[in-house]
Write a protein that binds this ligand. Structure first.
Ligand SMILES: O=c1ccn([C@@H]2O[C@H](COP(=O)(O)O)[C@@H](O)[C@H]2O)c(=O)[nH]1
Length: 307
């Protein structure tokens, strides 16, 4: 899958991933009204509104971007209806030819990790039959439990050609509290970066990058530049551009000399673009998809200046 991701980035000339993180206050009233009419102001009504919102975003951007990243928390909080919207969103994105990165940040002991892995990127067996459940192409993982907690995912990655992005240096303000601590003469994020690079060595794609990628926040440009050197064959998923304040200039160090090696996420900056003053002047609420499209084009051009 890492090879397909690289091919799509080249084909689209775009290293943008659109984060599908719907919230009710981002969904225009006319969509919510229609869903509430069908299902009432219920969890099911909210989940239906999310799905219809996502479909409109996808319809307006699928020909410009390589991938989308639905954040499972946004759906999961609405229970089983929310999870259905998550799965339906993934199915729809894939129908439109998009690569799907499930931002699920899982972590547990190996026997439990295998269940997560089978459900998200592998197969779940019911007697003799095997089922694909969530069908993401990549998922995000937390490495805090060490290699035995990651191995079950690598097995499915190799078997089904899927991919992982393991948290290395996260974009949040307090990420340094643990990740920047110095242990045995190096920062924890550096050590984790080296481990992740090592874990990926036996999962290389044909185009020179590993199926085991890393999450590296755009909000820490110095650290991401260091990590790029430590992990030249690791693909980075880079959150933090836009709503969290990182700019294109902050991203330059995430890319290799070939302009590859990183895919940059923006969620609120794209899907809620129509709520911003600059787009409100041009687009009605019903045109929120067009505003998202313009925001994607602007992000693509911004990234292409620095990669
Ligand atoms: O270090 C991390 C890891 C993951 N995220 C996720 O990315 C998006 C960012 O959303 P924006 O609206 O573009 O800020 C969101 O799903 C986070 O959970 C991250 O921000 N930082």
């Amino acid at each position: 899958m890492v090879d397909q991701l690289i091919r799509k980035i080249k084909e689209m000339d775009n290293a943008t991933v659109v984060g599908l993180d719907p919230r009710l206050n981002f969904v225009p009233e006319y969509i919510k009204e229609s869903s509430y009419e069908k299902y009432g102001k219920t969890l099911k009504g909210a989940a239906d509104a999310f799905y219809n919102f996502n479909k409109e975003i996808i319809d307006n951007v699928y020909d410009l971007i390589p991938a989308v990243k639905p954040q499972v928390a946004m759906y999961e909080q609405f229970g089983v209806d929310g999870l259905k919207a998550y799965i339906d969103t993934i199915d729809y994105a894939k129908e439109k030819g998009l690569i799907v990165i499930g931002d699920i940040k899982r972590s547990d002991i190996a026997s439990t990790a295998l269940a997560y892995s089978n459900g998200h990127i592998g197969r779940v067996e019911v007697e003799e039959e095997a089922f694909e459940v969530y069908k993401e192409d990549f998922i995000t993982l937390n490495p805090y439990l060490g290699y035995d907690s990651i191995e079950p995912y690598i097995g499915n990655c190799n078997e089904y050609d899927k991919g992982l992005f393991v948290l290395v240096k996260t974009s949040n303000p307090n990420s340094g509290e643990i990740q920047d601590l110095i242990v045995e003469g190096e920062k924890i994020y550096e050590r984790v970066g080296k481990l992740v690079a090592g874990w990926g060595e036996k999962s290389m794609g044909e185009l020179g990058y590993s199926r085991v990628g890393a999450v590296v926040g755009a909000t820490y440009p110095k650290q991401s530049t260091e990590l790029r050197k430590i992990m030249p064959k690791t693909f980075f998923l880079v959150p933090g551009y836009g709503a969290q304040g990182a700019t294109a200039e902050d991203l330059a160090g995430c890319f290799n000399k070939d302009g590859l090696g990183a895919i940059v996420n923006s969620s609120r900056g794209i899907i809620a673009a129509y709520t911003k003053e600059v787009y409100r002047k041009k687009f009605k609420d019903e045109e929120f998809g067009k505003a998202a499209r313009e925001a994607v084009i602007s992000m693509r051009d911004d990234l292409n200046r620095v990669r």
